[in-house]
Design a binder for this molecule. Structure first.
Ligand code: COA
Length: 356
């Protein structure tokens, strides 16, 4: 078995800044409400026609590849974690492969759809490929464009103010240095909560009412579609099924429980404790969640990397953006123990420990 270390990091966010004040043009909200409940001051949104999930991801990837000091052609495999791929299918990863000029090489590429935990799942999968010797350099990207599917009316304000666009990438590379790189990863999911944070349409479920699914909202209905004609209907658009739905309180309650639980599980698996962590990079769900989790774990603020204030919640991109920023800021040095933990839609949650 080999080790799998992070050899290069990079991120790219759109230049277009959307402040909380900007959002008041679309909906009844306020800077004060958004800051107080989420910690968010501003987020980035792509310019239509300029960037997509794949182009943001490819831009972040090029920076990570340059930092790793390798050529694009050295990349053996591409994993893109995203819930907002350019197309319903194929996934964003093949488009990233094309953007990077790796099509002729036939480099393998897959998407991982594990929402806010997507990067943790992707990194864990990549580490298995590298540790077993199957691949030497795996590109792992988290990239999201949320701004294309947000209900910007007052109806959608509880969720639309939270999400932003951006991408982060790492090169995961084979190492023969003992004890270096990914030490462990712990992954979990509980599908009973699938509808607590969901974008129901488009999908094969078709928005159809299902008595087995407990829901406290009216997003399910009986669509009047024929075969082949219920993927996206006017009725679905009217009911806002093409936008994300979130039971914010339930997400909050579960997140503050699962974040610490899985972090401790990962630490215990390798015989380490919270005191050993040099930098904790939690998925940026909400600043209140991150602060609560840090407090519960007993981590001082200087050991926690947060950027939700500037980018909002960028789902699968928030952790790799955080890693790249922390490296750039000189917050991570060789030998440090870096802990990455996420929780999100699914519900899914997980933690990865890395000896830098
Ligand atoms: N601006 C102003 N008011 C808003 C608003 C907004 N953007 N969004 C909701 N409100 C209003 C509601 O309409 C409601 O008004 P009412 O009391 O008159 O009915 C009030 O604020 C409280 O709404 P509620 O949804 O109960 O707020 P909350 O205290 O649960 O906070 C969240 C909402 C989303 C901030 C909170 O639930 C949360 O942080 N959840 C976790 C979300 C998260 O991390 N998601 C990412 C998952 S990875």
């Amino acid at each position: 078995m080999f080790g799998a270390r992070i050899a290069g990091t990079g991120y790219h966010v759109p230049e277009n800044i959307v402040t909380n004040a900007d959002l008041t043009r679309f909906m009844d909200t306020s800077d004060e409400w958004i800051r107080e409940r989420t910690g968010i001051r501003e987020r980035r949104w792509v310019t239509r026609g300029k960037d997509t999930t794949a182009t943001l991801g490819a831009k972040a990837a090029r920076k990570a590849i340059a930092q790793a000091g390798i050529a694009v052609s050295d990349i053996d495999f591409i994993i893109v974690a995203t819930l907002s791929a350019d197309y319903y299918f194929p996934g964003a990863s093949v488009l990233v492969q094309r953007e990077l000029g790796l099509s002729e090489a036939g480099t393998g590429a897959i998407d991982i759809k594990a929402q806010c935990t997507g990067f943790i799942y992707a990194l864990s999968i990549a580490s298995q490929y590298v540790q077993t010797g199957m691949y030497r350099n795996v590109l792992v990207i988290g990239s999201e464009v949320h701004s294309m599917a947000l209900d910007l009316s007052t109806r959608g304000r509880a969720i639309s103010v939270i999400f932003g666009d951006g991408a982060g990438a790492i090169v995961l590379q084979r190492t023969e240095e003992p004890g270096r790189g990914v030490l462990t990863s712990k992954l979990h999911a509980d599908g009973r909560f699938a509808e607590k944070l969901v974008m129901p349409v488009p999908g094969s479920h078709g928005g159809y009412h299902d008595d087995r699914i407990e829901t406290d909202t009216d997003w399910q209905f009986k669509p009047a579609g024929e075969w082949g004609d219920f993927f996206v209907t006017g009725q679905m658009l009217n009911k806002a099924l093409v936008y994300p739905y979130m039971d914010g309180r339930n997400v909050f309650k579960m997140a503050v429980q699962k974040f610490p639980e899985v972090t401790i599980e990962a630490l215990e698996a390798v015989g380490l404790t919270v005191e050993d962590i040099d930098l904790f990079i939690p998925h940026q769900a909400n600043l209140r969640i991150s602060n609560y989790v840090a407090d519960k774990l007993g981590l001082p603020p200087e050991k926690v990397w947060n950027n939700i204030q500037r980018y909002g919640n960028t789902t699968a991109a928030s952790i790799p953006i955080g890693i790249a920023e922390a490296v750039q800021a000189g917050k991570i040095k060789a030998g440090d123990l870096v802990c990455l933990t996420a929780f999100g839609s699914g519900y899914t949650w997980g933690s990865v420990l890395i000896r830098w």
